[in-house]
Write a protein that binds this ligand. Structure first.
Ligand code: CMP
Length: 136
């Protein structure tokens, strides 16, 4: 049975700054993801705080929110069979040092903060995160 899902992907400021946007989009498309929606924006720190609310008790929360709001990002809705898990596999481990060969974070990530991409971690969170960026 098919299980087409949507997930939220963000190309983070470090990757936009290095002009990696098109290369990363090509990787998604070559792996069979459809880019259903996309929006290039810069968000306020207060919006980043809302987006990353699940991490609010973590020691890295403040830096994380500063960082996500520090420059333009590209938010995308990706669609594919089992998109949530497939996107997480393609991104690789959160820390680029631990990411496997062939993953986006291995190829482009600089550090655990500047890890180039974000992807929803569950179908439930994907719905919330898509709504966050694409309400209208
Ligand atoms: P992301 O998938 O966007 O979700 C939360 C982000 O927090 C994560 O990617 C990392 O960039 C960042 N982060 C910073 N420090 C840590 C940490 N120690 N553990 C997990 N995530 C971290």
């Amino acid at each position: 049975m098919s299980n087409i899902e949507q997930t939220l992907s963000i190309i983070k400021p470090d990757a936009i700054e290095r002009n990696l946007e098109n290369q990363i989009k090509e990787i998604f498309k070559n792996k069979g993801f459809k880019i259903i929606k996309e929006k290039k924006i810069q968000i306020e720190k207060s919006e980043a705080e809302k987006f990353y609310k699940v991490h609010e008790t973590k020691p890295f929360y403040n830096d994380l929110c500063e960082y996500l709001s520090s420059g333009p990002i590209l938010a995308m809705v990706l669609e594919k069979e089992n998109a949530v898990l497939k996107n997480r596999e393609l991104m690789g481990a959160t820390n680029p040092e631990d990411a496997s060969e062939g993953t986006i974070r291995k190829k482009y990530g600089i550090s655990i903060d500047k890890n180039s991409v974000h992807g929803s971690d569950s179908v439930e969170n994907a719905k919330i995160e898509i709504e966050f960026f694409f309400k209208d």
